[in-house]
Write a protein that binds this ligand. Structure first.
Ligand SMILES: C[S@@+](CC[C@H](N)C(=O)[O-])C[C@H]1O[C@@H](n2cnc3c(N)ncnc32)[C@H](O)[C@@H]1O
Length: 250
């Protein structure tokens, strides 16, 4: 008997507002940048005062979401996760966003609940990500101390040393005000992980042939840093609108 493929249509329960605005500079997993922040604005018609009842007692949540920036992209059976530095492995042995069904799963720390708005830290999602569902993280069911980590066990996450110029520290204060220490912390945690794609890193004695200076959008600011070996130095923080205007003038 031929089986009919059932089509399911899901409507997001809300959308993420995140300090990460583009793929470059977004951490590869939740919790790797604990100082990062994001919030989920839920659809008001979900009867939120009742639907969220009891959630405040949980410290962490699972977010099930759509990799909306990856729709209609090709999928390969083997992929190159950044930590394998050029080697390939099966897509289902990775958390790649390039999947047959572009659905992601992240555990985040629930910091605060407001009516219709959930505040998190430790996110790995881009601003605008559609959320399909949230579920409480239940330690008795979800925490498995005996779990093994496959190929990831031998691959350390943190590799770079990060410094800030005096000018950059002042610009963090000017741009982020009361949030300066947290924003600077998030950028440090992020750069320690080396967000560059493998082909931009170079290998051994052969440094990246393209550039040593990188920029990415973090919140509403453009962050510029320079790489020298395993040292990342943050050079400047500039409002994103100012950065765009200066690009137009060039
Ligand atoms: C490796 S995936 C892991 C996501 C999730 N924790 C999982 O395991 O399903 C994380 C990366 O997905 C990318 N990403 C995050 N939100 C996205 C979105 N809405 N659309 C496409 N890519 C996204 C970012 O580049 C981020 O570094």
């Amino acid at each position: 008997m031929r089986r009919m493929m059932q089509q399911n249509v899901f409507e997001p329960i809300g959308f993420i507002e995140s300090c990460f605005k583009e793929r470059f500079g977004t951490p590869r997993q939740p919790g790797l940048v604990p100082s990062s922040w994001g919030q989920l604005r839920l659809r008001p018609e979900l009867n939120l005062s009742e639907a969220l009842e009891g959630l405040e007692g949980f410290s962490h949540l699972w977010l099930i979401f759509v990799f909306h920036q990856n729709m209609n992209k090709g999928v390969n059976a083997k992929v190159q996760p950044p930590r394998l530095e050029g080697e390939k492995t099966g897509l289902f042995a990775t958390r790649t966003p390039h999947r047959p069904n572009p659905i992601g799963l992240s555990v985040v720390k629930l910091d605060r609940l407001e009516p219709g708005l959930l505040h998190f830290s430790g996110v790995d999602l881009i601003h605008g990500t559609p959320i399909l569902d949230i579920k409480p993280y239940v330690p008795a069911a979800d925490c498995l101390p005996e779990a093994t980590a496959g190929w990831t066990a031998a691959r350390p996450e943190r590799t770079l040393q990060v410094e800030f110029t005096t000018a950059a520290v002042s610009q963090f204060e000017l741009c982020f005000g009361a949030m300066a220490a947290r924003a600077q912390g998030a950028v440090k945690e992020l750069l320690e992980l080396d967000p560059r794609p493998v082909f931009y890193r170079g290998t051994g004695d052969n440094p990246n042939p393209y550039t040593d200076t990188y920029g990415f959008r973090f919140d509403d600011y453009n962050i510029v840093y320079r790489m020298q070996g395993a040292l990342a130095t943050v050079l400047s923080v500039q409002p994103w609108a100012e950065y765009l205007a200066s690009k137009d003038r060039r």
